[in-house]
Design a protein around this ligand. Sequence first.
Ligand code: ISE
Length: 333
Amino acid sequence: MSVKVGLIGCGVMGADHAKLLLGDTPGARLAGVYDADRGRAEAIASATKGARVFGSASQLIDDPAIEAVIIASPDATHGEFAIGCIRAGKPTLCEKPLAATLDECRAVMAAEIDGGRRLVQVGFMRRFDPGYRLMKNAAREEKAGRPLFLHCVHRNAVAPDYITSDLVLANSAVHEFDIARFLLGEEIAIVSVFSARASRRAETRCPQFIVMETASSVIVTVEAYLDAQYGYDVRAELVCESGAISLSPNRPVALRSAGWDGFDVERDWRARFADAYRIQLKEWAGAIAGGSVVGASAWDGYAASAIAAAALEALARGAPSAVDLGAKPAFYA
Ligand code: ISE
């Protein structure tokens, strides 16, 4: 039996999830769509046998024919829709961020705790990437000893004009904040941010360099540069006591031709993390069917947003900021 999924938001990420549900996710099928632009919803529904177009997000969430929901609408709507899904008792895959403010993140957690059941998974898809998973296992087994440093690089080829220096942190580097917690299995305690001068290709935002310290004093560095031109490039290296564990930078196939020897570089994250997105949806659907949960919890979503908030404060003040998450509810242990 396939889980009947309702999709809220049919933009870039929503359309991608719809495509995966159509082709590559045996345990789930697209049963309903909603978008503020009805035409976009209709375009996706028409490609999907039996998917219904809803007139509002709340109608989709409350409809008994919808068993689980993907939230891929604008960031500002995530918190409200996630709480709606929790109240309707429906498992939810919510694109990052979990909510627009930390107070709203806390309200999502409170609603989930109140309902007594974990329903929300935040779409930090890298947690499903085969490379990051192998890195995490190697770190957990201490294959090279205990971690000392984690170095992360996050480069986009180009970014839209509305991306400011703040959004370099809150929209892009936030993936590094989550993956650092995932790989190291502990919380970030302190964040500092250093801005490089703007590239002449994008003068309205600065590349950012973030230095973080975890609770047990592992040092994490992140270069976030969204105008690198040559492609989408994400790297990670975990330096441990007696070795280093890194994501392999090369693709499985190299091309040598016409004076060229090298590898293709993906244009954006959808191509680079295609496997991660596919596995994420498959495991989400499998967990729903089996009554379990996988992936980043609402607590993880809140923690990533709290680190982003501390990074924004550090950027504004030009001084390190502490990350104060408060006590982790036992519910998320
Ligand atoms: C984008 O919004 C994403 O979420 C991507 O995963 C990230 O790599 C990119 O930098 C963001 O702009």
